[in-house]
Each structure stands twice: as structure tokens, then as C-alpha cells.
Design a binder for this molecule. Structure first.
Ligand SMILES: Nc1ncnc2c1ncn2[C@@H]1O[C@H](COP(=O)(O)OP(=O)(O)OP(=O)(O)O)[C@@H](O)[C@H]1O
Length: 310
């Protein structure tokens, strides 16, 4: 186990931000730490990194107790914080060199690492730029380069794709997968579910400072009763027909979202053909109709009654 967090409790005065939070991370995995805004993700990361004091609990990294003075452990950790944290008066290369220099003393190795990090985040054409001349997406890439240039074994990324354009987002996600393939263990916090589904091997979902559930993407989806969702945009439909829709075999819920009806089914065969038959029998017309598998948002919704996404 590369990280072990046991019964972590953190209070900000009366507010309990973490209430017996637990987390275990195995070497080589990308672990997704998911949860709605304010559920305690950043607090958990900051406690794990000894940047914040906590009230109760134990934290071990690489099998050793983590303390604010554990420099031997910190050297092997990379942190990409939520807020871009770079020096405005240093260029791209100087920033990366500064952060790398905190951990890598040998000048030749450091130079090589800095160039590799620049290449890795695709900032070769911007090395002489100051941060305020970079777009939001490129600044985020610089933030990542500063956190990973020293080739850490364990990397914490706290919502690294917030407010970035689609191109930089894909670049960042691919980069995280590459870092993992090259041997780093990754802890990735996000409230973007699609991202967690795309890159994480295992996911912990938090709510109100506590663990809600954990498992692989497939394991989490197997925890809920919804197994299929069919989205239909009916041209016109009466309320009483919607009530009749609920009687189709295996329908467990119908949700109206804008002009669409999202019909949720539990395990069962032929859901789509049963629905099409119903549409024919009732002379209904539709503008769209497609089937979807449940998402992590459905998992959260079914377990808590709340939406996870913004
Ligand atoms: N320094 C602080 N003082 C008081 N309360 C705080 C402080 N930092 C965080 N909180 C509160 O603690 C709770 C957890 O916040 P935290 O930032 O850890 O959540 P989060 O899951 O990382 O949210 P987000 O996704 O918005 O960053 C929230 O209710 C937040 O308002």
C-alpha cells in the first residue's frame, strides 16, 4: 500500500470537513477521489500531505508515518494544486527549474528533467513566456510541469482540468495516463465524472466528508438497480401516457429533463423493444430515442438522492 489513511477527522471550528475518512492506494494505480463541491477532497489531500493539521487519524505514505518534516517522503511526491501556483516573475522554464530544484540537486540531471517536463506538457514553444502571457489551459499545463518535473513516485492532482479548454483537457488526461504508464501512482480529485470514468482504475466517492462507496467503475455501477436508461424526446405526450409508460416491464423511474424523458430500467431483457412496441401501440412520435448505460452520476444519485455534477 503506497498511501494509507485511517479514520481521518478534520474540523474547521464547528464545521466537520472530514468525518472518519479512509483511503488506501495501491502502487501503480490511478485512484479517483470524487465528490461534489465542498465534500472535503482538497482538505483530505492537504491533510495527507501534512499541509494541514488534523484532529484525529493516521496517515502513512510508502509505509511510513507522514509528518510535516518527512522530507524523504515529500521528495518522492508531486503535487499539482487546484489553484495555479507558479511565480509570475519567472518564465515557464525558470518556474519548472525552480520547482524541480527543490528536490533534484544535481545540475545535469535537473536540466534533463526540466527539458523532459517541458516536452511532456507541450510547452516547448513557450519556454521564455511569463505566466501572464499564457492562456488558462497552458497555465494549467505549466502548473502540472512544476509538480511532476522531479519524477515523483506518487502524484496528487487536485482538479487539474477545471476551466480549461477541451484541447488542453485531453492533453492533460493523456498526460496523466502516460505518467501512470511510466510508473507513477496517481491520486486524482475531480468532480467531473466522465474524466474519472476515462482514466481511473479505482474510484472513491465522498460525500459530506465521509466515504460513500469505492470500487472500479464497473463495481460502482453494479451497486445500483438502474442497468439501462432510454432517453426519448416525445413530440407530444399526455401525462396519463407517461403514467402508462411506468407500467412497461422493468421500468423503475422516469425523469423529465427539459424536453426529454429519461426512462430508467432495472435488469431485464428487451427494454428497448418493449418501449418501441408501447410507442407504436399508443401512436406516439419521437424526435430522438437512444439507450445509455448508467453513469457514475446515476450511482451518486441513486445512493444519495443528489446530483454529483454541477
Ligand atoms: N480554511 C477553511 N476554513 C473553514 N472552512 C473551510 C476551509 N477550507 C475548506 N472549508 C470547508 O470545508 C468543507 C470541505 O472543503 P474542501 O475544499 O475540502 O472540499 P472539496 O471537496 O475540495 O471542494 P471543491 O471541489 O469545491 O474544491 C467545505 O464545506 C468548505 O467550505
Amino acid at each position: 500500500m503506497i498511501v494509507k489513511v485511517n479514520n481521518l477527522v478534520k474540523r474547521y471550528k464547528e464545521l466537520i470537513a472530514l468525518e472518519h475518512f479512509n483511503m488506501e492506494v495501491e502502487e501503480g494505480e490511478i485512484l479517483g477521489l470524487l465528490g461534489p463541491n465542498g465534500c472535503g477532497k482538497t482538505t483530505a489531500i492537504n491533510c495527507i500531505l501534512s499541509l494541514l493539521n488534523f484532529d484525529k487519524g493516521e496517515i502513512e505514505i510508502f509505509g511510513k508515518k507522514m509528518t510535516p518534516n518527512s522530507y524523504d517522503i515529500k521528495k518522492q511526491i508531486g503535487v499539482v494544486p487546484q489553484e495555479v501556483s507558479v511565480f509570475e516573475n519567472l518564465t515557464v522554464r525558470e518556474n519548472i527549474d525552480y520547482f524541480c530544484g527543490l528536490y533534484v540537486e544535481d545540475k545535469v540531471t535537473r536540466k534533463q528533467y526540466v527539458e523532459e517536463a517541458i516536452e511532456f506538457v507541450g510547452l516547448k514553444d513557450y519556454v521564455k513566456f511569463y505566466p501572464n502571457k499564457l492562456s488558462g489551459g497552458l497555465k494549467r499545463r505549466l502548473n502540472i510541469a512544476c509538480g511532476i518535473a522531479h519524477k515523483p513516485k506518487l502524484i496528487f492532482l487536485d482538479e487539474p482540468t477545471v476551466a480549461v479548454d477541451a484541447q488542453s483537457r485531453n492533453f492533460i488526461l493523456d498526460g496523466i495516463k502516460r505518467l501512470n504508464q511510466e510508473g507513477s501512482t496517481i491520486i486524482y480529485t475531480t468532480h467531473y465524472l466522465e474524466e474519472a470514468e476515462m482514466i481511473c482504475k479505482r474510484i472513491i466517492i465522498m460525500d459530506n466528508g465521509k466515504n460513500l462507496v469505492s470500487g472500479t467503475n464497473e463495481e460502482l455501477k453494479a451497486m445500483i438497480t438502474t442497468t439501462e436508461k432510454i432517453v426519448v424526446g416525445f413530440s407530444v405526450i399526455k401525462d396519463e401516457t407517461v403514467q402508462k409508460l411506468r407500467k412497461i416491464p422493468h421500468v423503475i423511474d422516469i425523469e423529465k429533463r427539459e424536453d426529454d424523458y429519461i426512462i430508467k430500467f432495472e435488469n431485464g431483457l428487451n427494454n428497448l423493444s418493449n418501449l418501441l412496441e408501447f410507442i407504436k401501440e399508443n401512436n406516439l412520435t419521437y424526435t430522438k430515442l437512444y439507450s445509455q448505460l448508467p453513469t457514475l452520476n446515476d450511482v451518486f444519485l441513486e445512493l444519495t438522492g443528489k446530483e454529483l455534477r454541477d
